[in-house]
Write a protein that binds this ligand. Structure first.
Ligand code: HEC
Length: 187
C-alpha cells in the first residue's frame, strides 16, 4: 500500500503539466483551410474530392429527395416510386405518427384535436393544392408548432406518408363526387 502515496503524488503532478508539454491534437502539424502546400503540384492544401464521390450529408437519389425542395422550391411530384407496398407503408406510418392529431382521414378530426388548446391540427384534406414537397418538408422540418417527425420516419417513410396523404385527399374527393382536379397530373 506504500506505493499508493507516490502514485497519487504523480497523478497530481500530472494535472499541473503545462499544456505545451501535452500532445494535444489541436496543436499538431496540420493544414488550415485555404493554406498553401508544397506537397501538391497545384500548391493548395485543400483537395478536390475525386470525381463521383458524394458527401455523406447529401442524400443519394432524385433531387429534392432529402429535403422536398430543389433550389428552394417545393418538389411537385413524389420522388419515390409509388406502388402498393409504398402506400401501405405510408398508411401504417400515417396511422401511427400523424392520425392522432390530423385524424384517420386527414380531416383534422381527432381526439387530440378536440383537446388541443394551442392550435388545432389542420385538415390535410383542405390543402390538397399544396405540392408534395410541402408535405414532406412539414414532416421533415416541422411546421409552426408541429415538431419535426424526422426522428420517427426515415426518408422513404416520409415520402410514403406523403403518398398516403395524397391517397386520402383523392379518396375524399371521390366520395364527395367532387371534380376537384388533382394537384399534379402525374399521379
Ligand atoms: C401532436 C399533433 C400532431 C401530429 C402528431 C402531427 N401534426 Fe401535423 N400539424 C399539427 C399542428 C397543430 C399543425 C399546425 C401548426 C401551425 O400552424 O403552427 C400541423 C401542421 C401540419 C402541416 C401543415 C399544414 C398547412 O397548413 O400547410 C402538415 C402538412 C402536417 N401537419 C402534416 C403532418 C403529418 C404528415 C404528420 C405525421 C408524420 C403530422 N402532421 C403529425 C399537429 C400535429
Amino acid at each position: 500500500m506504500r506505493w499508493l502515496i507516490p502514485a497519487a503524488g504523480l497523478a497530481l503532478v500530472g494535472c499541473n503539466v503545462p499544456s505545451e508539454f501535452l500532445q494535444r491534437m489541436e496543436a499538431q502539424a496540420k493544414y488550415e483551410y485555404y493554406e498553401t502546400s508544397e506537397f501538391w503540384a497545384d500548391g493548395k492544401a485543400m483537395r478536390t474530392p475525386p470525381e463521383g464521390t458524394i458527401p455523406r450529408e447529401r442524400p443519394v437519389g432524385s433531387p429534392g429527395l432529402g429535403t422536398g425542395r430543389v433550389n428552394g422550391a417545393f418538389v411537385t411530384s413524389n420522388p419515390v416510386e409509388l406502388n402498393r407496398e409504398v402506400l401501405e407503408l405510408g398508411q401504417k406510418k400515417y396511422n401511427i405518427v400523424c392520425s392522432q392529431c390530423h385524424g384517420r382521414l386527414g380531416d383534422g378530426n381527432s381526439v387530440v384535436a378536440e383537446n388541443m388548446g394551442l392550435r388545432l391540427p389542420p385538415s390535410l384534406q383542405q390543402i390538397a393544392d399544396k405540392p408534395d414537397g410541402h408535405f414532406y418538408a412539414a414532416i421533415n422540418e416541422g411546421y409552426g408548432v408541429m415538431p419535426s417527425f424526422s426522428g420517427e420516419l426515415n426518408t422513404q417513410e416520409r415520402w410514403a406518408v406523403v403518398a398516403y396523404v395524397r391517397a386520402l385527399q383523392r379518396a375524399r374527393n371521390t366520395q364527395q363526387g367532387g371534380q376537384q382536379p388533382l394537384p399534379q397530373e402525374n399521379r
